[in-house]
Design a protein around this ligand. Structure first.
Ligand code: COA
Length: 258
Protein backbone atom coordinates (compact mmCIF):
# COMPACT_ATOMS: atom_id res chain seq x y z
CA UNK A 1 0.00 0.00 0.00
CA UNK A 2 3.02 2.27 0.59
CA UNK A 3 3.20 4.99 -2.05
CA UNK A 4 -0.41 4.57 -3.16
CA UNK A 5 -2.58 7.64 -3.53
CA UNK A 6 -5.51 6.06 -1.72
CA UNK A 7 -5.09 3.83 1.30
CA UNK A 8 -7.83 1.55 2.58
CA UNK A 9 -8.15 0.10 6.04
CA UNK A 10 -10.97 -2.05 7.32
CA UNK A 11 -11.90 -2.07 10.98
CA UNK A 12 -14.86 -4.29 11.74
CA UNK A 13 -17.83 -2.83 9.81
CA UNK A 14 -16.11 0.44 8.88
CA UNK A 15 -13.88 1.08 5.86
CA UNK A 16 -11.40 3.94 6.25
CA UNK A 17 -10.27 5.62 3.04
CA UNK A 18 -7.18 7.83 3.35
CA UNK A 19 -6.25 10.30 0.64
CA UNK A 20 -2.49 9.91 0.47
CA UNK A 21 -0.68 12.73 -1.34
CA UNK A 22 0.46 14.67 1.71
CA UNK A 23 3.34 16.33 -0.16
CA UNK A 24 0.68 17.94 -2.40
CA UNK A 25 -1.70 18.64 0.46
CA UNK A 26 -3.78 15.70 -0.80
CA UNK A 27 -4.75 17.54 -4.01
CA UNK A 28 -7.21 15.46 -6.01
CA UNK A 29 -5.86 14.43 -9.38
CA UNK A 30 -7.79 12.36 -11.90
CA UNK A 31 -6.06 9.10 -11.03
CA UNK A 32 -6.97 9.55 -7.36
CA UNK A 33 -10.61 10.21 -8.26
CA UNK A 34 -10.60 7.01 -10.35
CA UNK A 35 -9.21 5.07 -7.40
CA UNK A 36 -11.90 6.42 -5.09
CA UNK A 37 -14.52 5.29 -7.61
CA UNK A 38 -13.05 1.78 -8.02
CA UNK A 39 -12.73 1.37 -4.25
CA UNK A 40 -16.27 2.50 -3.54
CA UNK A 41 -17.62 0.18 -6.21
CA UNK A 42 -15.87 -2.74 -4.52
CA UNK A 43 -17.16 -1.63 -1.10
CA UNK A 44 -20.72 -1.38 -2.42
CA UNK A 45 -20.65 -5.15 -3.05
CA UNK A 46 -19.41 -5.97 0.43
CA UNK A 47 -22.34 -6.30 2.83
CA UNK A 48 -20.02 -6.50 5.81
CA UNK A 49 -18.91 -2.89 5.37
CA UNK A 50 -21.64 -0.59 6.64
CA UNK A 51 -20.04 2.88 6.84
CA UNK A 52 -17.11 4.61 5.12
CA UNK A 53 -14.91 7.21 6.80
CA UNK A 54 -12.98 9.38 4.38
CA UNK A 55 -10.00 11.42 5.59
CA UNK A 56 -6.58 12.72 4.54
CA UNK A 57 -3.13 11.47 5.42
CA UNK A 58 -0.90 13.92 7.25
CA UNK A 59 -1.58 16.79 9.62
CA UNK A 60 -2.10 19.51 7.01
CA UNK A 61 -4.90 18.59 4.67
CA UNK A 62 -8.06 16.64 4.07
CA UNK A 63 -7.64 17.75 0.44
CA UNK A 64 -6.51 21.18 -0.78
CA UNK A 65 -8.57 20.99 -3.96
CA UNK A 66 -8.39 19.61 -7.44
CA UNK A 67 -4.83 19.31 -8.71
CA UNK A 68 -4.18 22.77 -10.15
CA UNK A 69 -1.08 21.70 -12.08
CA UNK A 70 -3.03 18.91 -13.78
CA UNK A 71 -5.74 21.23 -15.14
CA UNK A 72 -3.56 24.30 -15.68
CA UNK A 73 -3.43 23.86 -19.47
CA UNK A 74 -7.07 22.83 -19.88
CA UNK A 75 -9.49 24.63 -22.18
CA UNK A 76 -13.26 24.59 -21.76
CA UNK A 77 -13.73 21.20 -23.48
CA UNK A 78 -11.37 19.35 -21.13
CA UNK A 79 -12.70 21.33 -18.17
CA UNK A 80 -16.24 20.20 -19.00
CA UNK A 81 -15.04 16.57 -19.08
CA UNK A 82 -13.16 17.05 -15.81
CA UNK A 83 -16.25 18.43 -14.11
CA UNK A 84 -18.71 15.85 -15.51
CA UNK A 85 -16.44 12.83 -15.00
CA UNK A 86 -15.52 13.90 -11.49
CA UNK A 87 -19.16 14.28 -10.55
CA UNK A 88 -20.14 10.97 -12.09
CA UNK A 89 -17.27 8.97 -10.61
CA UNK A 90 -16.88 10.57 -7.21
CA UNK A 91 -18.91 13.57 -6.11
CA UNK A 92 -22.44 12.51 -7.18
CA UNK A 93 -21.41 8.90 -6.70
CA UNK A 94 -20.64 9.49 -3.03
CA UNK A 95 -23.75 11.58 -2.44
CA UNK A 96 -25.95 8.76 -3.76
CA UNK A 97 -23.82 5.91 -2.44
CA UNK A 98 -25.67 2.99 -0.86
CA UNK A 99 -23.71 3.25 2.40
CA UNK A 100 -23.15 6.38 4.46
CA UNK A 101 -19.88 8.23 3.98
CA UNK A 102 -18.46 10.40 6.77
CA UNK A 103 -15.87 13.07 5.97
CA UNK A 104 -13.32 13.39 8.78
CA UNK A 105 -11.80 16.76 7.89
CA UNK A 106 -8.30 16.79 9.34
CA UNK A 107 -6.90 20.04 7.89
CA UNK A 108 -7.42 22.10 4.74
CA UNK A 109 -10.59 21.26 2.81
CA UNK A 110 -10.37 23.68 -0.08
CA UNK A 111 -12.02 23.75 -3.49
CA UNK A 112 -12.50 20.16 -4.68
CA UNK A 113 -11.52 19.00 -1.18
CA UNK A 114 -14.44 20.87 0.32
CA UNK A 115 -16.65 19.64 -2.52
CA UNK A 116 -15.64 16.10 -1.59
CA UNK A 117 -16.63 16.74 2.03
CA UNK A 118 -19.92 18.31 0.89
CA UNK A 119 -20.73 15.17 -1.10
CA UNK A 120 -20.39 13.06 2.04
CA UNK A 121 -23.42 12.43 4.24
CA UNK A 122 -21.86 13.73 7.46
CA UNK A 123 -18.91 16.08 8.11
CA UNK A 124 -16.79 16.16 11.26
CA UNK A 125 -13.73 18.41 11.52
CA UNK A 126 -10.74 18.77 13.82
CA UNK A 127 -9.90 22.17 15.27
CA UNK A 128 -7.03 22.74 12.80
CA UNK A 129 -9.33 22.42 9.77
CA UNK A 130 -9.79 25.33 7.36
CA UNK A 131 -12.46 25.29 4.69
CA UNK A 132 -13.12 27.43 1.67
CA UNK A 133 -13.44 27.85 -2.06
CA UNK A 134 -10.37 29.59 -3.59
CA UNK A 135 -11.57 29.04 -7.19
CA UNK A 136 -12.54 32.62 -8.05
CA UNK A 137 -8.99 33.67 -7.14
CA UNK A 138 -7.83 31.19 -9.80
CA UNK A 139 -10.23 32.62 -12.38
CA UNK A 140 -12.72 29.76 -12.21
CA UNK A 141 -15.57 28.49 -10.01
CA UNK A 142 -16.22 25.28 -8.06
CA UNK A 143 -16.96 22.57 -10.64
CA UNK A 144 -17.59 19.45 -8.57
CA UNK A 145 -20.96 20.45 -7.13
CA UNK A 146 -19.73 23.10 -4.70
CA UNK A 147 -21.94 25.93 -5.94
CA UNK A 148 -25.20 24.16 -5.20
CA UNK A 149 -24.16 21.78 -2.40
CA UNK A 150 -22.68 24.57 -0.29
CA UNK A 151 -25.79 26.70 -0.86
CA UNK A 152 -28.02 23.77 0.08
CA UNK A 153 -26.20 23.22 3.35
CA UNK A 154 -25.44 26.75 4.56
CA UNK A 155 -27.82 28.87 2.45
CA UNK A 156 -27.18 30.99 -0.63
CA UNK A 157 -26.04 34.07 1.27
CA UNK A 158 -23.15 32.43 3.08
CA UNK A 159 -22.33 30.28 0.03
CA UNK A 160 -21.99 33.39 -2.13
CA UNK A 161 -19.94 35.21 0.49
CA UNK A 162 -17.55 32.26 0.82
CA UNK A 163 -17.23 31.62 -2.93
CA UNK A 164 -16.94 35.28 -3.98
CA UNK A 165 -14.41 36.26 -1.32
CA UNK A 166 -12.43 32.94 -1.20
CA UNK A 167 -12.37 33.39 2.59
CA UNK A 168 -11.24 30.30 4.48
CA UNK A 169 -13.37 29.54 7.50
CA UNK A 170 -12.29 27.80 10.69
CA UNK A 171 -13.76 24.56 11.99
CA UNK A 172 -15.46 26.61 14.73
CA UNK A 173 -17.19 28.85 12.20
CA UNK A 174 -18.14 25.88 10.03
CA UNK A 175 -19.84 24.31 13.06
CA UNK A 176 -21.72 27.55 13.70
CA UNK A 177 -23.05 27.71 10.13
CA UNK A 178 -24.00 24.03 10.01
CA UNK A 179 -21.33 22.97 7.55
CA UNK A 180 -20.09 20.31 9.96
CA UNK A 181 -21.84 18.29 12.66
CA UNK A 182 -19.00 18.05 15.18
CA UNK A 183 -15.76 19.80 15.98
CA UNK A 184 -13.06 17.81 17.77
CA UNK A 185 -9.50 18.16 18.93
CA UNK A 186 -6.99 17.01 16.34
CA UNK A 187 -6.25 13.63 17.93
CA UNK A 188 -9.92 12.86 18.60
CA UNK A 189 -11.23 13.24 15.05
CA UNK A 190 -11.13 9.59 14.02
CA UNK A 191 -12.57 8.45 17.35
CA UNK A 192 -15.51 10.83 16.94
CA UNK A 193 -16.07 9.73 13.32
CA UNK A 194 -15.94 6.09 14.47
CA UNK A 195 -18.44 6.82 17.24
CA UNK A 196 -20.87 8.36 14.72
CA UNK A 197 -20.30 5.43 12.34
CA UNK A 198 -21.10 2.98 15.14
CA UNK A 199 -24.33 4.84 15.92
CA UNK A 200 -25.35 4.41 12.28
CA UNK A 201 -24.35 0.73 12.32
CA UNK A 202 -26.92 0.14 15.09
CA UNK A 203 -29.66 1.00 12.57
CA UNK A 204 -31.17 -0.88 9.63
CA UNK A 205 -28.85 -0.74 6.58
CA UNK A 206 -31.89 -0.70 4.31
CA UNK A 207 -33.51 2.15 6.23
CA UNK A 208 -30.23 4.09 6.33
CA UNK A 209 -29.88 3.70 2.55
CA UNK A 210 -33.55 4.66 2.02
CA UNK A 211 -33.14 7.73 4.24
CA UNK A 212 -30.11 8.89 2.22
CA UNK A 213 -32.08 8.51 -1.03
CA UNK A 214 -35.14 10.30 0.40
CA UNK A 215 -33.10 13.17 1.83
CA UNK A 216 -31.19 13.56 -1.44
CA UNK A 217 -34.36 13.68 -3.51
CA UNK A 218 -34.84 17.33 -4.29
CA UNK A 219 -38.28 17.16 -5.88
CA UNK A 220 -37.50 16.59 -9.53
CA UNK A 221 -34.48 17.19 -11.66
CA UNK A 222 -33.57 20.65 -10.36
CA UNK A 223 -30.22 19.36 -9.09
CA UNK A 224 -29.46 17.96 -12.55
CA UNK A 225 -29.98 21.43 -13.97
CA UNK A 226 -27.79 23.02 -11.30
CA UNK A 227 -25.13 20.46 -12.12
CA UNK A 228 -25.21 21.17 -15.89
CA UNK A 229 -25.18 24.91 -15.34
CA UNK A 230 -22.26 24.72 -12.94
CA UNK A 231 -20.22 22.51 -15.32
CA UNK A 232 -20.97 24.93 -18.17
CA UNK A 233 -19.83 28.05 -16.30
CA UNK A 234 -16.89 26.20 -14.76
CA UNK A 235 -15.62 25.03 -18.15
CA UNK A 236 -16.14 28.41 -19.85
CA UNK A 237 -13.82 30.01 -17.29
CA UNK A 238 -10.98 27.92 -18.71
CA UNK A 239 -11.07 29.85 -22.00
CA UNK A 240 -10.87 33.22 -20.23
CA UNK A 241 -7.50 34.99 -19.71
CA UNK A 242 -8.23 35.35 -15.96
CA UNK A 243 -7.90 31.58 -15.58
CA UNK A 244 -4.34 31.56 -16.99
CA UNK A 245 -3.49 34.53 -14.82
CA UNK A 246 -4.84 32.94 -11.62
CA UNK A 247 -3.40 29.48 -12.17
CA UNK A 248 0.02 30.78 -13.27
CA UNK A 249 0.14 32.99 -10.19
CA UNK A 250 -0.57 29.96 -7.95
CA UNK A 251 1.99 27.77 -9.69
CA UNK A 252 4.62 30.56 -9.41
CA UNK A 253 3.70 31.11 -5.75
CA UNK A 254 2.43 34.65 -6.46
CA UNK A 255 -0.86 36.49 -6.01
CA UNK A 256 -2.86 37.18 -9.18
CA UNK A 257 -3.45 40.82 -10.06
CA UNK A 258 -6.91 41.09 -11.60
N1 COA B 1 -3.16 21.49 -6.57
C1 COA B 1 -1.86 21.17 -6.81
N2 COA B 1 -0.90 21.30 -5.90
C2 COA B 1 -1.23 21.77 -4.70
C3 COA B 1 -2.55 22.13 -4.38
C4 COA B 1 -3.52 21.97 -5.37
N3 COA B 1 -4.81 22.25 -5.16
N4 COA B 1 -2.57 22.59 -3.10
C5 COA B 1 -1.31 22.49 -2.64
N5 COA B 1 -0.51 22.01 -3.61
C6 COA B 1 0.92 21.75 -3.53
C7 COA B 1 1.76 23.02 -3.72
O1 COA B 1 1.89 23.33 -5.08
C8 COA B 1 3.05 22.63 -3.06
O2 COA B 1 3.75 21.78 -3.92
P1 COA B 1 5.37 22.01 -4.11
O3 COA B 1 5.93 21.75 -2.73
O4 COA B 1 5.73 20.96 -5.11
O5 COA B 1 5.54 23.43 -4.56
C9 COA B 1 2.57 21.76 -1.88
O6 COA B 1 1.26 21.29 -2.22
C10 COA B 1 2.49 22.51 -0.58
O7 COA B 1 1.71 23.68 -0.80
P2 COA B 1 2.23 25.16 -0.42
O8 COA B 1 1.38 26.13 -1.18
O9 COA B 1 3.70 25.26 -0.57
O10 COA B 1 1.86 25.16 1.16
P3 COA B 1 1.34 26.38 2.04
O11 COA B 1 1.33 25.86 3.44
O12 COA B 1 2.11 27.61 1.74
O13 COA B 1 -0.18 26.62 1.56
C11 COA B 1 -2.40 26.01 0.86
C12 COA B 1 -1.15 25.62 1.69
C13 COA B 1 -3.35 24.81 0.91
C14 COA B 1 -3.08 27.24 1.48
C15 COA B 1 -1.97 26.32 -0.60
O14 COA B 1 -1.19 25.22 -1.09
C16 COA B 1 -3.09 26.55 -1.54
O15 COA B 1 -3.63 27.64 -1.59
N6 COA B 1 -3.45 25.52 -2.35
C17 COA B 1 -4.40 25.65 -3.41
C18 COA B 1 -5.79 25.67 -2.90
C19 COA B 1 -6.76 25.85 -4.03
O16 COA B 1 -6.75 26.85 -4.73
N7 COA B 1 -7.65 24.87 -4.23
C20 COA B 1 -8.66 24.90 -5.23
C21 COA B 1 -8.19 24.28 -6.48
S1 COA B 1 -9.49 24.31 -7.69
Amino acid sequence: MEGEELLIERKDKIAFLYINRPEKFNALNISLLNKINITLRAISKNDKIRVIILTGIGEKAFAAGADILEFSEFKSKEAMELSKNGKEKVFDFIEDFSKPVIAAINGYALGGGLELALSCDIRIASDNALMGFPETSLGTIPGYGGTYRLAEIVGKGIAKEMILTCRKISAKESLEIGLISYLTEKNELIDKATEVANQIIMNSPNAVNSAIKAINYSGGDSKKNCSDIESEYFSKCFDHPDFKKGVNAFLNKQKPNY
